[in-house]
Write a protein that binds this ligand. Sequence first.
Ligand code: THU
Length: 136
Amino acid sequence: MEKNNMDNLWQEAQKIAQKAYAPYSNFRVGAALLCEDGTIITGVNVENRSYGLSVCAERNAIFSAVARGYMRFKAIAISTPDSVEPVGPCGACRQVIGEFMLGDAPVRFAGSGSNQVNTTVGELLPFDSLHELKNK
Ligand code: THU
């Protein structure tokens, strides 16, 4: 993954986070996915007054990408502008990310501060047998 591609993806995640619907938590999240053909698909968290119905940005991005015919993603960036420090994806999102991304795919997440986490899908979800199968 070229640094430029990841920086670009990160900018898209930051931009889309502004569109989050998060009036209950006031914690906006934006996610940007890089598809194999270079297309970027984004998502935001969308909350509900019935709190449990809220859906995370990562899953919204992935589900809308799948509906548009994309199923393999090269990288994901996640922006949480309402935290200074980076906040990583929740466990449920890690599982969904693992369904569509290989273990060596880069993941970047950061808050509004200068600390940025650059990791991989495999680090977020270790011992995921699907990754091993897909890598073969
Ligand atoms: N949230 C995400 O969108 N992604 C994450 O990885 C962590 C949590 C959302 C869910 C909820 O709308 C808000 O952040 C606070 O938890």
